[in-house]
Design a protein around this ligand. Structure first.
Ligand code: 5AD
Ligand code: SF4
Length: 466
């Protein structure tokens, strides 16, 4: 089926009443980080505003977009495999586009290697999507990968996938140049949205019935719109009437000014959780990574945050097997994890990315795969052991949780999240999704908690003479 170009420009309200075969359909599949999820929501918002109908699967869709991640080799391999698989869902005239970081990184090579791909569109070029799709329908093939430092898609209405919390991008790109990381090359230089625009979007989110926002940026706490810093942003977003929870991800340890920590501590709606990527616990490895802090400075940052914010949940990212990582250096990562006591850690095996400074290390510095595998398993066991120990101590405590979705196990169980970022499984029915309740933590698998809803006790009457 060919869709009608005129239908594309109809406003969504008019389109809804057309017979479905005149309305072009679009399916977006998303890989990678929350920034990509947020970008997909923006793309879908733009395309539905232009008259497309969003569909949940690739079968028979008129347009399929695969929004990709380039952070590790295996993320890219998955997408390459998926592009092959998608062919069997495509009609003769389906337009297949690759967007996101892999599109930016590989550009026209993706058109050369896959004859069914007709669009390759990087993170700053989504505004052109409707136009590029029109061109693809005429048989043209495009690569659009210019950076646009002004682009924040302010006039796009995100079409949100989640009904409970909203991802709000506040910053695009990254000016750090960690030697392993492809992001500065796929997402370009750092730039921030205006505070007033972020606040306006937060107000819109509240008007749609959501009560939690997650502010997104590659080094989100380095946010600056020229007048306001991240402390101002936290306070302003946190004060929007109707907002109950503000989170953010991911900060850089070097950008935690006293102002930012104070804003976090003093703004009630900002949750007691920080995801603070450590990457390594060895100052020598950190130096080769160009992380711009030492082990001691990272420890100090974690301590400042914990001192200012009682009950803080602290999670991290760690890379294993960075070039030159010796057994001693790896041991320092293990002891750092033990001494800091993370609530959880995302652990990654180092993946060499073309074009990053790490490619210039001498080959003899590369850590063999079997060594990386063994270190990875050791770190995983360490992190899990620490988390289990910390979580066992929390049994019997109470938490306010936001019910997010049905639990994977099903069976009248719901998945909820505490302010300090604990996953809590609670009994209940789906009508409770989006509501808050207080639970007692009654059990733990080591990582996830089981919770029982409790009646909030009324405050005790003041004792005479108290
Ligand atoms: N190899 C492995 N992990 C990486 N990360 C970023 N680049 C690489 C790489 N080349 C990890 C970092 C970062 C997280 C999002 O992904 O830990 O914080
Ligand atoms: Fe990559 Fe480092 Fe920027 Fe994070 S701060 S996106 S790890 S370059």
């Amino acid at each position: 089926m060919f869709f009608l170009p005129s239908a594309i420009r109809r406003p969504p309200s008019a389109v809804r009443h057309l017979p479905s075969d005149t309305v072009p359909t679009v399916y977006i599949e998303t890989y990678g980080c929350q920034m990509n999820v947020s970008d997909s929501e923006l793309m879908l918002g733009k395309l539905t505003a232009e008259g497309y109908e969003s569909v949940d699967g690739p079968e028979g869709a008129d347009v399929i977009l695969v929004n990709t991640c380039a952070i590790r080799e295996n993320a890219e391999q998955r997408v390459i495999g998926r592009l092959g698989e998608l062919r069997r869902f495509m009609k003769k005239d389906t337009i297949l586009g690759v967007t996101g970081c892999m599109a930016q990184r590989l550009g026209p090579k993706l058109l050369e290697s896959n004859s069914r791909v007709s669009l390759v569109v990087g993170p700053d070029a989504y505004r052109a999507l409707p136009h590029l799709i029109d061109g693809a329908r005429r048989g043209e093939r495009f690569t659009a990968t210019d950076f646009d430092l002004e682009e924040h898609y302010e006039d796009f209405q995100a079409r949100r996938f989640e009904g409970v919390k909203a991802w709000i991008p506040v910053q695009r790109g990254c000016d750090y140049r960690c030697t392993y990381c492809i992001v500065p090359y796929t997402r370009g230089p750092e730039r921030s949205r205006q505070l007033a625009d972020v606040v306006r979007e937060t107000q819109e989110v509240v008007a749609q019935g959501l009560t939690e926002v997650v502010l997104l940026g590659q080094t989100v706490n380095s946010y600056t719109d020229g007048t306001h810093d991240f402390a101002d942003l936290l306070r302003a977003v946190g004060a929007v009437p109707g907002i109950r929870r503000v989170r953010y991800t991911s900060p850089h340890p070097n950008d935690f000014s006293d102002r930012v920590i104070a804003a976090m501590a003093e703004t009630e709606t900002v949750c007691e959780h920080v995801h603070l990527p450590m990457q390594s616990g060895s100052s020598r490895t950190l130096k080769r990574m160009l992380r711009r802090y030492t082990r001691e400075e990272y420890f100090a940052c974690a301590a400042r945050l914990r001192a200012a914010i009682p009950g803080l949940g602290l999670t991290t990212d760690i890379i294993v097997g960075f070039p030159g990582e010796t057994d001693e250096e790896f041991d320092e990562t293990i002891t750092a994890a033990q001494e800091i006591g993370f609530d959880d850690a995302y652990m990654f095996k180092f993946s060499m990315r073309d074009g990053t400074p790490a490619t210039r290390f001498p080959a003899e510095l590369l850590v063999p795969d079997d060594v990386i595998d063994a270190r990875f398993e050791r770190l995983k066991a360490t992190v899990r052991g620490i988390a289990r120990e910390r979580n066992m101590k929390r049994l019997g405590e109470r938490r306010e949780v936001l019910i997010e979705k049905e639990a994977r196990k099903g069976g009248d169980l719901l998945q909820a999240r505490s302010r300090d970022f604990k996953t809590v499984i609670v009994p209940g029915d789906p009508s409770m999704i989006g509501t808050y309740c207080t639970v007692e933590l009654t059990g733990t698998t080591g990582s996830t908690f089981m919770g029982t809803p409790v009646q909030e006790r009324a405050p005790l009457p003041m004792a005479a003479g108290g």
